[in-house]
Design a binder for this molecule. Structure first.
Ligand code: HEC
Ligand code: HEC
Length: 434
């Protein structure tokens, strides 16, 4: 039986050129709609920098009712610059956090009434941090301020003297009352001049702590109440010291907006440095987000003296202090004891892997805050990059060593680009305080 041939089918000789023509058109369209290599790279760059165009203001601090109070900030500013809040009358917060040096001191380790063991970080942008200091032993900006004032090597002041100084100085008293109202009842007479401060967890008992213990509880409570407000005023003031936008922020916006002129706010080397940072060395595994920090703690394996294990316990030593600190977010003087931060603090444990860990520092203004690392061991950014590049001398002990760090083996150009990029993170506008 014969099948009837389909009359609609063109014969073979016609079909081949038709198919070929179709394939040709398909490739032509594909060619024009497929983005060029350059376009792909630009899209990837846009995606990688978009975050920085969405940087928000400093978040609300519920643990400090006066965090956004202008009168409290005004008192805090006076105290920040007032060296009378030290045992020798020579050291203020600004001695180490010098506005002319991006709120650092340029020293390897801090020198106040004594000499410390840690490098002074900037306070610019500190209000954005969940944990304060290298080991995070304070969990709010205001609670942090209590320590330097009473620490022996920093200001070596004491709680009674701080309260009495505010009460006896007409300018400070007026500023205090404008923010917080009248002083509480139960304070000692204004002429009471004995020095006294409570004992800190890691300090040895001394005359000052004995004098504090000897005070009647109602006086201690009244003084704690005033002192907590003094430090809350320092918190309010330091909130105003944000890290202002950098050239890199301007570049990020220009890239997202496809603004060719604006993208020139970074040199070619600086722009390549971002790629080294983000894609090659993957520094943002830890220096992530708009502040270039994950806010968490890591041990980079930096060696101690003579290549031995370092003595600084870092996060491991900080957690027990935080848990008993009456000025923490979970403590008596917090205005948000049931908040997220307080819950986090209550759940902290000093696990063995926290030993030697330090908080990832923000890299904003890093070009201005030499020397580097928690102990100021590296004088320059070149030294820092040399370490990451080779990991020379790094301590490699199971849990003491961060698994993400590998020697990078960067070329000389990549290293120079990376450093140029880091310097583009400095704020553009002047950062000196009033
Ligand atoms: C003797 C120098 C010195 C003085 C004085 C001093 N600081 Fe500091 N500051 C430091 C050092 C060092 C650190 C880091 C401490 C650590 O990690 O153990 C620090 C840390 C800080 C931090 C945390 C920043 C961060 O990124 O973690 C803040 C905020 C701060 N200080 C504010 C103050 C205030 C407010 C005062 C005055 C009440 C003050 N400091 C007095 C040296 C000083
Ligand atoms: C595993 C997490 C991690 C990675 C990855 C990482 N860092 Fe760090 N970075 C840290 C920590 C933690 C510190 C502080 C260490 C200390 O003082 O003990 C630090 C310190 C620094 C400092 C010193 C800042 C200061 O104020 O003292 C610079 C600069 C820096 N890192 C840049 C980089 C660059 C560039 C890369 C990529 C090559 C990188 N980091 C990769 C966690 C990391």
């Amino acid at each position: 039986m014969m099948l009837p041939s389909s009359p609609k089918r063109p014969n073979l000789f016609l079909r081949i050129p038709l198919v070929l023509c179709g394939v040709g058109i398909f490739f032509l369209i594909a060619q024009y709609s497929r983005p060029s290599e350059e376009q792909v790279a630009h899209m990837r760059l846009q995606k990688s920098v978009k975050l920085f165009t969405e940087r928000k203001g400093v978040a609300v601090d519920r643990t400090n009712r006066w965090a956004q109070d202008e009168n409290a900030a005004a008192l805090g500013e006076l105290i920040f610059h007032d060296a009378r809040f030290s045992s020798n009358g020579e050291v203020s917060c600004a001695t180490c956090h010098d506005p002319a040096r991006a709120f650092t001191d340029g020293a390897k380790v801090a020198v106040g009434v004594g000499t410390g063991t840690r490098n002074t970080p900037t306070v610019l942008g500190a209000a954005r941090q969940r944990w304060q200091t290298w080991d995070g032993r304070a969990d709010t900006l205001w609670s942090q301020a209590a320590e330097p004032m009473e620490a022996g090597v920093e200001m070596n002041f004491d709680r009674v003297s701080a309260v009495q100084l505010v009460r006896n100085d007409p300018t400070l008293l007026a500023a205090y009352e404008a923010a917080f109202g009248e002083m509480p009842l139960g304070l000692p007479p204004v002429e009471f001049a004995e020095r006294a401060r409570p004992l800190r967890l890691d300090a040895a008992a001394d005359d000052l702590s004995a004098a504090w213990d000897a005070l009647v509880p109602s006086r201690r409570e009244a003084m704690d109440a005033v002192f907590s407000r003094i430090v809350k005023s320092l918190g309010a003031f330091q909130r105003t010291l944000d890290a202002k936008p950098s050239r890199f922020d301007h570049y990020a916006k220009a890239i997202v907006d496809r603004d060719i002129e604006g993208a020139k706010s970074l040199s070619e080397s600086e722009a390549r440095g971002w790629i080294v940072f983000h894609e090659v060395a993957k520094c943002d595994q830890c220096h992530s987000g708009t502040e270039f920090t994950d806010g968490e703690f890591h041990n980079l394996g930096l060696p101690g003296a003579d290549g031995r294990l370092p003595d600084d316990r870092g996060r491991h030593g900080a957690i027990p202090k935080l848990k008993v600190d009456p000025f923490s977010s979970a403590g008596l003087f917090s205005d948000d004891v049931d908040g997220k931060q307080a819950t986090l603090v209550r759940g902290l444990k000093s696990d063995p892997e926290t030993w030697g860990q330090m908080r990832t520092p923000s890299l904003r203004n890093v070009g201005r805050t030499a020397p580097y690392m928690h102990d100021g061991r590296f004088a320059s950014l070149e030294d820092v990059i040399q370490f990451y590049d080779t990991l020379e001398g790094a301590i490699a002990l199971d849990h003491h060593r961060e698994a993400v760090l590998r020697p990078l083996g960067l070329s000389a150009t990549q290293k120079a680009d990376l450093i140029a990029f880091l310097r583009s993170l400095d704020s553009v506008e002047p950062i000196a305080a009033k």
